[in-house]
Design a protein around this ligand. Sequence first.
Ligand code: FAD
Length: 301
Amino acid sequence: MLGGPIPFACMAGVPERLAAGRTLSFEYFPPATLDSRQRALQTATRLARRHPDFVSVTYGAGGGDRGRTREMVAHIALGHVSGRHRCPVVPHLTGVGHTRAEVRALLSDHTEVGVRNLLALAGDPRPGEPVGDFRYAADLVEFVRSETDFSIGVAAFPELHPDSPDRRTDRRHLAAKLDMADFGITQFFFEPEHYRRMADELTDLGCTTPVLAGVMPVTNPQSVKRFAHMNGTHVPEDLWNRLEAADTDERLRIACDQAASLISDLVDMGVPGVHLYSLNVPEAAEGVLDRLGDGYFRVAA
Ligand code: FAD
C-alpha cells in the first residue's frame, strides 16, 4: 500500500476541508508548450493568494499528456506543500487505456511529491484505443483504494453523462460511484436548477457524498461551446450572444458576472464547495471572487 509519511508537510485532505466548511478550489490544465506551462505555474502561484482549499490538475485521457500532468502536479505540489499557502494538489487520472501496472507507477510518482488526494475518471477512449484494465471510473476508484490511502473524488454530470441511456440509469450509476468515493465534482453547467435536481435525485437514492459544483467563467466561448456540446451542457443562448459579440475586456466582465451570479445561487442552495475551472486564466478566477466578496468560502489556512 502506498502512502506513509508525507514528505513535505502534514496537511488536511479534501474530506477534512469539506467537513470544516464550504470549499473553494481551482482547476488547472498542463498546456503543451513550455512557455504556456510556465505561465500556468505562474497562474497557480498568483491564485494561491486566494487561499484555495485544494487545486486540481487535469490528465490527458489515453496518456497523451501523462508526463505533463505528472510534472505539473509535482511543480504545483512543491509550491503548495512548501510555499506560503499550503493545500492539497489533486491530480486527475483517467483509467482508459491504462493497465494496473501503469496506474500503480503513476500513483507512486504522485505519492513521492506529497499527493494524497486524487480525482478518478473513466476518460474517453480515442478511436481504436483498447479500453485497458479500467472500463468505468468505479473500477479505478476500487483499484486506487486497494493501492493507496488517498482520498478519492469522482466526476458528476448534473445534465447527465452523454453516454447514459436514461436519467434513472445515470443517477443509479452516479450514486453507486459516489458511495465509493469521498467527494464528487460536477461538469460545468450554467443554470443552477441542474445542480438542484441532481442533488435531489442523489438524496432520493440515499447518497450523502458531497458534490462540489464545477463553475466555468467563459473567457473563451468558442472552445467552451465545443466542450459543452460534447458534454451535453445546455448553453443559454442570450449569454452566448453577449459573449460572442463582446471584445476581450467586456467578455471577461460578462464571464465573471455570470459565474459569480451562478455561485451565489448555488451557495443559497447549500453547495458543499465550488470548483472553479480556471482555464489557467488568473483574471477570471480573481474577477469572480472579487465580485463575491468575503464570506462565501471557508478561508483555508
Ligand atoms: P463513469 O463514471 O465511468 O461514467 C461513464 C458512463 O458510464 C456514464 O454514462 C455512466 O452512467 C456509465 N456507467 C458507469 N458505471 C457503469 C456500469 N457499471 N455499467 C454500465 N454503465 C456504467 N477527462 C479527461 O480526459 N481528463 C480529465 O482530467 C478530466 N477531468 C474531468 C473532471 C471533471 C470534474 C469532470 C466532470 C469530467 C472530467 N473529464 C476528464 C471527462 C471524463 O473523463 C469523461 O466525461 C468520461 O466520459 C466520463 O468519465 P466518468 O469518470 O464520469 O465515467
